[in-house]
Structure formats: C-alpha cells, structure tokens
Design a protein around this ligand. Structure first.
Ligand SMILES: C[S@@+](CC[C@H](N)C(=O)[O-])C[C@H]1O[C@@H](n2cnc3c(N)ncnc32)[C@H](O)[C@@H]1O
Length: 290
C-alpha cells in the first residue's frame, strides 16, 4: 500500500515539517517568472532567484544523500532578449551546496505553430538535474529504448575505429566501440525527451504530460520510494508516482488544486477523502498521517 500526502500551504513553510534526508526524488515545475500571473501568480524575473532559494535550501535538507532533484523550468524572452534568471538560479544553487549534474531537454512534439519577428516557436523546456552527491541512485535499465532503425543504418557500416574503444577526439572521455551494440535489442536513451504536451481536462493551465514524471520516476526511484512535488498543481507527479507504487507528497498553495488532486487520487489510493482534521493535524507539524 502506498501513501500520498496532499498538503495545502506555502511549500517554504511546509517543507520545514518534512524530516531531513527522507525523499528519494523531487520532481517539480514551479511557476516560471512572470508567466500565468492571472491564474496562480508569477514572480518577476529579477526577483526569481531570491524567491526560489529558500525553497531550494529546504529541498536540499529533505532529499536523501542518494536522491535526485529534477527542476522543470524555462526562461522566457522579454524585450527581444532571453531572461537569464534560470542560469543565475543554477549558479546560486551551486553556491547553496547543490551539484548541477545534468540537463535534460523536453522537446514538445506538438508545439503549436506561430510566427514571431525575431525567433521561431519555443518547442522545448529544461529539466535541470541536481544532486547532493556525485553518487546517486539511477536505474538506467528501467528507461532503455528499442534500438530501432538506427541499428540497421548505422551499425551496418562499421569503420575500423567503430570496433575499438578509442579516446574521443573531443576529449569528452567517451570511448566508443559501437560494434558492442550489434546484437542488442535496446539502447540507453539520450537526454532529449520527445513528448507531446497534454491538453486533457485536468483543470490546471500548466499540467505536465504524465509521461514526463513517469520517465524520471522510473529512472531515479524504485517501488516503495518517496517522490515529492513541492509545487504540485494538478498533482500529475503524485498521481503517476502512486500508480507506480511509490509514496508521494504534494504541496500546493491553492486550496482548490489540493481538492482536485484528492478527488483524482481517490480511485488510486481507495482511501476515504482526507478531511479538515487532516489539515489541522498537519498544521501541528505532524508528518505521518494517512
Ligand atoms: C507550473 S504549476 C505545476 C503544475 C504541475 N506540474 C502539474 O502537472 O499540474 C506550479 C504550481 O505551483 C503552485 N505554487 C506557487 N507558489 C507556491 C508555493 N509557494 N508553495 C506551493 N505551491 C505553490 C501554483 O499554485 C501552481 O499550481
């Protein structure tokens, strides 16, 4: 049986009630600067780092030493120039003690067409991976992909250097012996995820496609582990985590979204709806309530 805690409140305060080193994966998408002001608020780009750092500090505390934090974020262009607050945030989080270990790209396959005077349509978002240590849990076999047509085209014409492990000419340290992959049906994926956005009726304007948290939950957790989304929205991370037999915690500042997620989770958890009493106990800093 897995648990799901849906907590109404400001994540900066609520996170302080969560025990340290207790979370295996943090997967979240906070409000981006100045976007969606009309629905759930926005933060001005020049205040973004200052706004996010107290949450990042708490996230560093609650994450297990072997855990991973994946932050979905994308800076927008203002006055014909890209904002730099995401880059500044990475630098500030590194100073806070985080390691910036990887960056994944979510390519939005179904991005709508449009015409802008000085750029093309924005069809990707960042997924920044942060860790506390260089050694963290990662289950790479869980996300392997079929080798596909590439195998027939590329592996049918192997050069002599494709059959040895040589030193990369770009000094990337990547020695290749592509011939090893000849008989394998599956390969490891790249760090670019090609996923369509979903416009299903989740009653939230910025919900993830379910396949996005699903991929990272597979990669960084096992059954029984705990996944946290401190900016929960419509609860996509929590719903997917629970379906995959992971425990989850979701924090959301808008009460209406908390109720929405509780309704969506009901058939998954088959628990009675969490009541007002839950909120009262929660406010007394009690962590284990189910
Ligand atoms: C981009 S949305 C998340 C969408 C989510 N990934 C999903 O799939 O539905 C960000 C959410 O963070 C919430 N939020 C903003 N500030 C918050 C805070 N300080 N604490 C908790 N939630 C907050 C907003 O109300 C919004 O629902």
């Amino acid at each position: 049986m897995v648990n799901c805690d849906i907590i109404h409140g400001d994540c900066i305060q609520i996170l302080s009630t969560i025990p340290e080193n207790s979370i295996d994966l943090i997967f979240t998408s906070p409000p981006y600067a100045d976007q969606r002001r009309a629905t759930y608020g926005g933060i001005s780009p020049d205040k973004y780092v200052e706004w996010f750092l107290p949450a990042a500090d708490q996230l560093l505390r609650v994450l297990k030493p072997t855990g991973t934090f994946v932050l979905n974020i994308k800076e927008k262009a203002v006055n014909g120039e890209r904002s730099t607050y995401v880059l500044e945030l990475i630098l500030a989080m590194k100073k806070q003690g985080w390691l910036w270990t990887e960056e994944f790209i979510w390519h939005k396959k179904n991005c709508y067409p449009g015409k802008w005077s000085n750029r093309f349509r924005d069809a990707w978002e960042r997924l920044l991976q942060f860790n506390k240590n260089r050694k963290f849990k990662m289950y790479q076999e869980a996300v392997m992909v079929p080798m596909g047509d590439w195998k027939h085209k590329r592996l049918s014409k192997l050069s002599e250097t494709d059959k040895i492990r040589d030193t990369s000419k770009t000094v990337s340290g990547f020695g290749k012996n592509i011939s090893h992959w000849l008989d394998r049906p599956k390969a490891y994926p790249s760090n670019v995820l090609h996923l369509a956005t979903e416009c299903s009726n989740k009653k939230h304007s910025a919900a993830f496609p379910e396949a996005l948290p699903e991929w990272f939950i597979k990669l960084f957790t096992q059954e029984g582990d705990t996944v946290l989304d401190p900016f929960m929205g419509a609860g996509t991370t929590n719903i997917v985590a629970n379906r995959m037999n992971r425990n989850s915690i979701g924090i959301e500042i808008v009460q209406e979204y908390c109720e929405l997620v509780r309704q969506r989770l009901k058939p998954i958890l088959q628990l009675p709806l969490l009541t007002q009493q839950y909120e009262i106990i929660r406010q007394k800093n009690c962590f284990e309530i189910h």
